[in-house]
Design a protein around this ligand. Sequence first.
Ligand code: ZN
Length: 431
Amino acid sequence: MTASRMARDARSTHVTGHSGGSSFGFTVGARLPGRHGRTGVMRTPHGSVRTPAFIPVGTKATVKAVLPEAMREIGAQALLANAYHLYLQPGPDIVAAGGGLAAFMNWHGPTFTDSGGFQVMSLGVGFKKVIAMEVTPDDRATAAGKERLAHVDEDGVTFKSHLDGARHRFTPEISMGIQHQLGADVMFAFDELTTLMNTRSYQEESLARTHRWASRCLAEHRRLTRERGDRPYQALFGVVQGAQYEDLRRTACRGLESLKDEGGNGFDGYGIGGALEKHNLGAIVGWCCDELPDDKPRHLLGISEPEDLFAAIENGADTFDCVQPSRVARSGSIYTRGGRFNVSNARYKADFTPLDPDCDCYTCANYTRAYLRHLFKAKEMLAATLCTIHNERFTLRLVDAIRDAIDAGVYDDVKSDILGRWTAGNRTRFP
Ligand SMILES: [Zn+2]
């Protein structure tokens, strides 16, 4: 069977009848008085997402070690995969021939792809890995003995694959082409990721470039949407950079909002990206949400810690993704309402209680800390599966609880209760 025939057949079983035109939308529900936080519903051709929502990450079109059915069962509403990784392996043409990301990975629900900008820069320029962490910002700094793998110019980024060192190039148009082939319901504009090590003048220069790239992404997105008019609509989110600078963040938001294609269409939503630190995360999200249109969804890239989720949500973020819950699970680090601990520790050798007595997941219903510690010590694959199920469920359920609290008008009570237990538990375990 030819690739295009396979694609047609695979698509025909998964398209939900929304092909052609825009079937993406967002409706605001309850609001947090005096703040930007709100609940809502994001509609996509592959289903709806109730927001705020945590979007688990399946970088290479799989949440590592866990079946898609299990992800659905623990309450994942959508999954996010990575354009950079899927471009290198297996290639966007294969994903397209397999019916697009959702069909290819057997996920019957909405999907997101990020633009690849973050990985191109973070794997190539590398926070802490390649950039020397000097005290003074320096745009040309690299760590001793490390080669810079990504180079930015006005038109795009040239980088070397982290897999085999082969040279590749991403431009806004190439990223849009890849993401259209991958076929996720929500895509992100290609942006330049700066680091906190960059100088203010470089941040300004980069922000202006990211704005020009956003404009090119929007134009290319409309062209590809018209060209592939028989396919379900894919929404495009513009990405706000600007690091820790309030004026740059606000300027970036106003700039993205003003961008329209020749048909008068702007971005379908916005991503808040870039260099964020724990202490200013809430403030940065708040500045952006002051400026961004209220009727469009806002995605915060890369957070999952409980205190960060509260800060992001109350300041107006609707969705967020993070690889952290599954990544740390694979080394035995467990999130619970009473703080974080590592189940591979010797103290759990004969502890026959569940990971978290308050958790309703499959792992906590059926397995003990002693068994999970044994699996880690014996290097059994099941350890990763069971701990990932638990950590993803913990994060999804926490965001569900926050959403319910906003709907019920009891957000502040729920926040102080959950964060109080979380902080006290961490203090007891890690004094
Ligand atoms: Zn659990």
